[in-house]
Design a protein around this ligand. Structure first.
Ligand code: C2E
Ligand code: CA
Ligand code: CA
Length: 692
């Protein structure tokens, strides 16, 4: 102990020792800051940061040692061997890499083992550094003190690393820094105390060795390296953190495809603009926008074209906004726009018109001209609501109305829309219980051969016997069933019931069942049909499934696949409502339909419009060329039937022949009329007037 103290007080220049200590503290602090950064880095960056940290930490030990050495005055000629001095620096760095690698490896006691290794590294560096000193004398070492110095270094190193900081706050750095400084300093001075130099004039110190001044220069350079490393790391880290933050913020607030603001930002903006409108006593218009025919573009030209179109639309919208206007993309082909107005509804409508015009202007893309339309719903603050959510919901409601309105595509919200929504949700609740309460029934509408008048089969049509409202039409509740997904279980019930009923009929009568897109979308649909056939024992040839063109538009390939599965069961497929969809011809060519049902709107217009007659004629001849039988729906009078006879239409269905009939009438019908359907049956007409 005395030797150590003596060495410290007698043989060292105080000023330099203090400088070494101060630098050691700063260096250790920087090193721990870097350790924290290394811990936080990603796996890919980890080694880079670890190496940087090790260079700093190794250099700290080295600099502290040699600064103290500069202050070491053994009163004897001495100098430093350059290669060993350099080697000691390398040792310090390599030992630090190793120690930090272990310390940050997340194993049990890794921090302690790493800390001890770091201490051992200090020792290795120290004694290599010591062996670089050339003196005019012999150097002797005290083994006990050497061992003590290593124990200090390793022990205190392990304790210092135990308290390794978790964050960059200076407060959490104080203890580990203090301990690490103690590890370095105690090792150094104990190690120096272990040295005993016996002067020997016969030993000469070579002149080519490093002079003290040069060593001082090296030390200064290393100090600059450490501080520089710390500062550079901090700057890079800070600026990349800022950049990452800015990027995260941008991502969080923008739609990645179009770069327009996203729904999240839209919600923020609505809220802040509501305040603006309130302060300026003005209006805020929320406009929900949905593209029309975008799905067709996607289906026909593919998703990448769809994406490009969306980008172009977004670009147009984004480039044509003034300071009080805002547009966000809030869904696939849905946008939300806002405008602050001075309390004039027409300003909001004008803005919506501008947006629709921008969207609807055709786009040129790879020699193609693409065009889509848009429907808008407008809700105003404060008239239509005061909350952001309420206003967006109401704008959406109005927009849905715009989608089905044949004339106007920009609709202002009004309170009756809420009432309709309420009614719909009431209905949907009641529908959930309808099957269990036996409120659903099937009616059957006869289909006949046009030429002979023979009955050929029936179409099953669902009815809901509502306890209060009486018989509810399917056009009112099928959309609700489709929206809620209830169409899947109810559609299965329809299939089962219709198959069982048809099993009672002579085998040349067919049964047609309507199928919704949601049913086809169900992967198990073919299985369901198969089960219904097996359970009822119905011949698959008697079952005809009616699908609409819109169903084919949804997911063309998949639907075709399922239709083929159904055909393999032996079931027939009819295209319903032909002429009302988009892609009549191409779909007819793509799939071998067994029947084509001309939509009743064409038949009903036969009397009034020559154009309808032309269309019906064209459809019949088209179907004939494709060898597909045609059925005309909505045959209401004898003129319709005569026209169809003349045009060689195969089958007919409509009120002229019979309205849809409840089950007990069908039995009667089938039994009494046998094959032939008596159209002018007085009793029948009377009875039907009661049931339909
Ligand atoms: P749809 O498949 O086109 O069915 C024909 C509709 O035309 C039936 O209306 C029928 O009553 C009506 N109709 C028949 N002949 C005439 C006529 O001469 N003049 C007029 N004006 N109408 C006639 P309904 O029963 O109200 O069914 C409406 C729609 O509801 C059906 O149209 C069909 O799309 C759907 N639907 C009915 N039952 C089911 C079902 O079980 N499942 C599914 N998914 N949809 C069904
Ligand atoms: Ca139908
Ligand atoms: Ca139809």
């Amino acid at each position: 102990m005395f030797r150590v103290l003596n060495c410290f007080t007698q043989e060292h220049e105080f000023g330099l020792v203090v400088l070494a200590a101060v630098f050691c503290v700063i260096g250790c602090l920087i090193s721990f800051q870097l350790v924290v950064r290394t811990r936080r880095s990603t796996r890919e960056q980890k080694f880079g940061w670890l190496f940087l940290t090790a260079v700093a930490a190794g250099s700290v030990i080295w600099t502290t040692h040699f600064l103290a050495m500069l202050g070491y005055e053994p009163n004897i000629t001495h100098s430093y061997d350059p290669s060993t001095t350099l080697l000691s620096w390398f040792i310090a760095i390599i030992a630090s890499v190793l120690a930090l690698y272990v310390a940050l490896s997340n194993m049990k006691y890794s921090l302690h083992v790493g800390g001890a290794l770091f201490g051992a590294g200090i020792g290795a560096m120290h004694y290599t550094g010591m062996s670089a000193i050339m003196v005019a004398g012999t150097v002797e070492y005290d083994a006990v003190l050497i061992a003590a110095s290593i124990v200090f270094g390793m022990g205190l190193g392990a304790v210092a690393f135990h308290f390794c900081p978790q964050d960059t706050r200076l407060k959490s750095h104080a203890l580990p820094t203090g301990l690490l400084v103690l590890a370095i300093v105690s090792l150094h001075f104990t190690g120096m105390g272990a040295v005993l130099i016996v002067p020997d004039a016969t030993i000469s110190v070579p002149e080519s060795l490093i002079a003290k001044e040069f060593l001082a220069l090296c030390i200064t350079a290393t100090m600059v390296v450490i501080v520089g490393t710390g500062l550079a790391a901090y700057t890079i880290d800070h600026s990349s953190e800022q950049a990452a933050l800015a990027q995260y913020r941008h991502l969080a607030l923008h739609d990645t495809l179009t770069e327009l603001p996203n729904r999240f930002q839209a919600t923020e903006v609505i809220e802040s603009w509501i305040k603006k409108a309130e302060d300026s006593a003005g209006n805020l218009a929320i406009i929900a926008i949905d593209l029309n025919r975008f799905k067709v573009v996607n289906d026909v030209y593919g998703h990448s074209t769809g994406d490009k179109l969306l980008k172009k639309i977004a670009e147009r919208l984004g480039n044509n906004l003034s300071g009080n206007e805002f547009v966000a993309r809030v869904g696939g082909d849905e946008f939300l726009a806002m405008v602050l107005t001075k309390g004039n509804e027409s300003e909001a409508i004008d803005f919506a018109r501008k947006l629709v015009a921008l969207i609807s202007t055709p786009y040129e893309y790879e020699d193609r001209i693409l065009s889509v339309g848009a429907s808008c719903g407008v809700a105003l603050y404060p008239q239509d609501g005061r909350e952001a959510e309420e206003l967006t919901l109401r704008a959406d409601l109005a927009m849905y109305r715009g989608k089905v309105d044949p004339v106007e595509n920009i609709i202002r919200y009004d309170a009756t829309m809420d009432e309709q929504v309420r009614k719909r949700s009431e209905l949907s609740l009641a529908l959930r219980e309808a099957i269990d309460k036996d409120e659903l029934v099937l009616y059957y509408q006869p289909q006949t051969d046009v030429k002979s008048g023979d009955l050929v089969g029936f179409e099953a049509l669902i009815r809901w016997n509502h306890p209060e409202r009486g018989v509810v039409s399917p056009s009112e509740f099928i959309p609700i069933l489709e929206e809620t997904g209830l169409i899947v279980p109810i559609g299965r019930w329809v299939l089962e019931t219709a198959c069982k009923e048809a099993k009672n009929w002579p085998s040349h009568f067919s049964i047609a069942v309507n199928v919704s897109p949601a049913q086809i979308a169900d992967m198990d649909f073919a299985k369901t049909v198969h089960e219904c056939l097996i359970n009822s024992g119905l011949n698959p040839k008697q079952l005809e499934l009616e699908i609409t063109e819109s169903l084919l538009m949804d997911d063309y390939e998949r639907t075709l696949h399922i239709l083929r599965q159904l055909k393999n069961l032996g079931v027939r497929i009819a295209m319903d409502d032909f002429g009302t969809g988009y892609s009549s011809l191409s779909t007819l060519q793509a799939f071998p339909f067994d029947k084509l049902k001309i939509d009743r709107s064409f038949i009903q217009k036969l009397d009034a419009s020559e154009q309808s007659a032309t269309i019906v004629r064209a459809v019949i001849s088209l179907a004939r060329s494709l060898k597909i039988p045609v059925l005309a729906e909505g045959v209401e009078n004898i003129e319709h039937l005569d026209f169809l006879k003349l045009e060689n239409c195969d089958q007919a269905q409509g009120y002229l022949i019979s309205k849809p009939l409840p089950e007990y009438f069908v039995k009667n019908f089938v039994e009494r009329s046998g094959k032939k359907l008596v159209i002018d049956d007085e009793i029948e007409i009377e009875a039907l007037a009661k049931v339909s």
